[in-house]
Design a protein around this ligand. Sequence first.
Ligand code: SF4
Ligand code: SF4
Length: 291
Amino acid sequence: MKIVVTGGKGGTGKSTITVGLAYELSQRKKVLLVDTDVDCPNDHLILSIRRKKISDVFQFIPDFNYDKCIKCGKCAEVCKQHSIIFVKDKYPAFIPDTCNGCKACLVVCPTGAIREGKKKIGSVYRGNNFGIELISGELRIGESASGEIVSQTRIIAEESESKIKTDTTIIDSAAGIGCPVIASITGSDYAIAVTEPSPSALNDLKRVLRVLEHFRIPYGIVINKHDISKTFCKKIELFAKKNKIPILKKIPYSKEVIQSTINMKPVNVYNEEYNKYFSDILKNLEKQILK
Ligand code: SF4
Ligand code: SF4
């Protein structure tokens, strides 16, 4: 069983809820938590884990062989990232930082002057604490291929699932609706969309739900910090009712969450009273999955 926690907007408390759920579930099952929020992974911080690197992730970059180059400039013409600078009668110059590895230059080069090179774009780590096994991907600063790191993190996580005999995998997705989010959610059995009562969160929620619809992944909503705006909480509830979307739980705002993060513990370890929220989410989730 693979459950992805997503939500569109950043800052809604997605990671807090993901880690809390993983901890609640780990009390009775073998849980693998996969942090695919590769631009800013922080599940290991909440779990007080010093991660160990298990793999680097590389991406294609062109390796120019100027002996074969006829200075045609076609590689620069097709490069949407403007990573190749071409001046007439000169050899092309390459800016590796902006290259996204699309290989268009490799394909169009008429003389085979471009070979397959590679650059490191990130790493995948592992660790465990509080009974939770963690696989965590991290993009290298300045790189843009988040989706590739997510895909590699998912592949390594899948290898680990069989090794450690995981019952449930919980995936902490990146915020937004772009390539890394799509790489995070694909193949999941159920998605939990975490939102909060604010205009931007509701707008972003609607966008991420459209992505889930597209990939036919069943989903429910958790409204975090539901008491910070009665008006917008009501709007989310009306939206959910109108669209027959289950609300798995409403969680109130609390400074305990911030304190738990500072103390590097899941919120339900820091304060056991939080267990009830996560066990309710799981109960509602089971009903949704089994219905
Ligand atoms: S791989 Fe794509 S982005 Fe990178 S230099 Fe070639 S064309 Fe440009
Ligand atoms: S496409 Fe190939 S031959 Fe043409 S400028 Fe680029 S590297 Fe040189």
